[in-house]
Design a protein around this ligand. Structure first.
Ligand code: SF4
Ligand code: SF4
Length: 427
């Protein structure tokens, strides 16, 4: 038996717990409930569980901890909820209290506390792991998001792209200016995230090239690290998450805009103030930092206001049918829905088709897909079926994590669609 104050993070969301009227509107929306069909899978059940933990002051049991982990934080329930309950927020808070009570299990505690915050050491470890990748895993296109995903995926038959032979930060300078003759309109910081750095460096180079060509100087601060999403959102380790947040805020302190190519990184960094600000000073710094963050398509459309003529489709994709998977963190968290579609619809050299339920979760959700891979696969299968129904040759998205999951889901289903980041479409 523990005291009620053993749920200090959850207590901050008590109003949300009180809002739920148990109407069940969230049931039809939840990707986890659609597969499991049990009450604890859906938002309503998780809210009841959180309520009982907070009111009863009981230490979270192993079963309760697992129920809280079985959520992709996709936010679909919140969107459907007539009461306006902030479900992912209270689940994240409950995970933090649970992590403090039960600790974070090995090897995640080692990876999160020691490896992820040490960028250089983490890079060496990823490199070391990559030597064995071909032995254990089926080879597909591209590389990995976090080492934890890679290690945990071993033996599960997951189709994971290859780790890049040369990481992005070793391939491009810290300051990347527009070419001679192109005036600099903006200077932005580029938060690359683990995936683009270790797995998709060509995407990073393409984004820098594209921005430079269009008058944007791109700074890639070497002090940046992992956004912290798997640490504080997935595992509830707020203490380590705070260290990572501080490092990222410091790395980008002198820049007006911070662009990302990963909706998850962008959303989790915008969440620093909500979850990790333990002092007024941190709250202010995190809030100012969040205001500078822009998804790459949001930056191109809303800030740079690029005309359609600026987007030239690369020869590889000309004449292809293209569809778009909308990441949960892009559409529902960041509210960026129209910008990528506006770009895609303006391209004369491709045929754009809307994906049915384009905004439905693909089942990745970081550590969720490690702990509950079978469940993640089933959610991914539904996405693969939707992709198949479009007849598209190419699927683009705006989150390298989703990209990995889409590669795995389509490959397992015998499909041959080319899965790419939206910025890879352009010359
Ligand atoms: S839709 Fe909202 S109010 Fe209704 S049961 Fe789900 S979380 Fe509760
Ligand atoms: S956030 Fe997504 S997975 Fe989690 S309970 Fe809500 S709808 Fe289900």
């Amino acid at each position: 038996m523990t005291a009620k104050n053993d749920y200090p993070e959850l207590a901050k969301f008590k109003d949300d717990l009180d809002k739920c009227t148990k109407c069940g509107f969230c049931m039809s929306a939840c990707p986890v409930y659609r597969e499991q069909k049990i009450e604890t899978a859906v938002a309503r059940g998780k809210i009841m569980l959180a309520r009982s933990l907070l009111d009863g002051g009981r230490k979270a049991s192993k079963e309760a901890a697992e129920m809280l982990d079985q959520c992709t934080l996709c936010m679909t329930c919140e969107q459907k909820c007539p009461a306006g309950t902030h479900v992912p927020e209270l689940i994240t808070a409950a995970r933090a209290d649970k992590a403090r009570q039960r600790g974070v299990s090995f090897p995640y505690n080692f990876i999160f506390r020691w490896l992820l915050p040490r960028r250089r050491l983490f890079g060496y470890t990823v490199r070391f792991a990559s030597w064995f990748q071909g032995i254990f895993l089926p080879k597909t296109q591209g590389s990995i998001r976090h080492l934890s995903l890679f290690l945990s995926a071993l033996g599960k038959g997951r189709h994971i792209p290859q780790i890049a032979p040369r990481f992005l930060r070793r391939s491009v300078p810290e300051v990347n200016s527009p070419p001679p003759g192109v005036a600099t309109k903006f200077t932005v910081g580029y938060f690359t995230g683990c995936m683009t750095d270790y797995v998709f460096p060509e995407l990073g180079k393409q984004i820098i090239r594209f921005l430079n060509k269009n008058g944007v100087a791109v700074i890639m601060p070497r002090g940046q690290g992992c956004c912290g999403a798997p640490v504080f959102l997935g595992a509830g380790d707020f203490k380590t998450g705070r260290k990572m947040a501080d490092a990222n805020v410091k790395a980008f302190q002198d820049l007006d805009y911070i662009i990302t190519d990963c909706a998850t990184c962008a959303s989790s960094m915008k969440d620093y103030a909500k979850f990790l600000a333990d002092t007024p000073e941190r709250k202010q710094r995190y809030t100012e930092f969040a205001a500078k963050i822009k998804d790459i398509t949001e930056f191109l459309v809303d800030i740079l206001k690029l005309p359609p003529a600026a987007y030239t489709v690369a020869p590889e994709f000309r004449g292809k049918t293209v569809t778009f998977h909308e990441p949960c963190h892009l559409g529902r968290y960041l509210g960026v829905k129209e910008q990528p579609r506006q770009i895609l619809k303006s391209l004369p050299d491709i045929k754009y088709v809307e994906l049915p339920d384009a905004d439905r979760c693909c089942g990745m959700a970081g550590t969720f897909s490690i702990h509950f891979y079978e469940l993640s696969r089933k959610i991914g299968d539904k996405k693969a079926a939707a992709i198949k129904s479009t007849g598209a040759d190419v699927v683009v998205t705006d989150c390298p994590g989703c990209q990995i999951q889409l590669i795995d889901s389509t490959t397992r289903n015998g499909m041959t669609q080319n899965i790419r980041h939206i910025m890879e479409l352009f010359e």
